[in-house]
Design a protein around this ligand. Structure first.
Ligand code: ZN
Length: 180
């Protein structure tokens, strides 16, 4: 809140545009979501700078990246928090567009690298942090299971190749179960 006010003042005096670009970390909604995830037994890393957009929460085992977005800065569609300032309209329009474009680019890059991207809005967390945490946890378990099956299938394939077993008619159940 304090930073937003300061940023607004900075914009009005057009002092520091760079400051407006600084992403706030460890915000209250972020911390609320983190503790909800912890309560569900999910282990994660924070602000992984090796990944596009340094996602706020990263679950490496299931390749899940979570962004906690402020409704104002990232323009939550239809949300009452996504207000549009009446002055410095051009500055804000450009800022918002840049934010949204960056968000879309980051999500594309992560998805291309095999990550599942979650965007959780601050208003959702403020309403109930458990709900988004449960969605993430459910997806985590599903992906973890799928990744485990894929790994086992790969191992089976290597074993089969090494043993030079005939392929046809000798497909292990893991590969024929229809799971991806
Ligand atoms: Zn919102």
């Amino acid at each position: 809140m304090r930073l937003e006010t300061r940023t607004l003042n900075a914009a009005q005096s057009s002092v520091s545009r760079r400051m407006a670009m600084v992403r706030r970390k460890n915000t209250e909604p972020e911390r609320a979501l983190r503790s909800a995830l912890r309560r569900l037994g999910i282990r994660f890393r924070l602000h992984d700078r090796h990944l596009p957009g340094s996602p706020d929460i990263v679950i490496p085992g299931s390749r899940i990246a979570v962004f906690v977005h402020g409704c104002f800065w990232h323009r939550h569609k239809g949300c009452t928090r996504a207000t549009s300032p009446k002055s410095n309209v051009r500055f804000w329009t450009e800022k918002f567009e840049a934010n949204m474009m960056r968000d879309a680019k980051v999500a594309r890059e992560l998805k291309a690298a095999g990550w599942h991207v979650f965007v959780v809005w601050e208003c959702q967390i403020k309403a109930d942090a458990i709900k988004p945490a449960e969605r993430i946890a459910a997806r985590h378990r599903l992906r973890e299971a799928v990744i485990g099956v894929q790994r086992k299938a790969k191992v089976q394939k290597v074993i089969r190749a090494r043993a030079s077993l005939p392929r046809a008619g000798d497909v292990p159940p893991l590969l024929s179960s229809g799971q991806v």
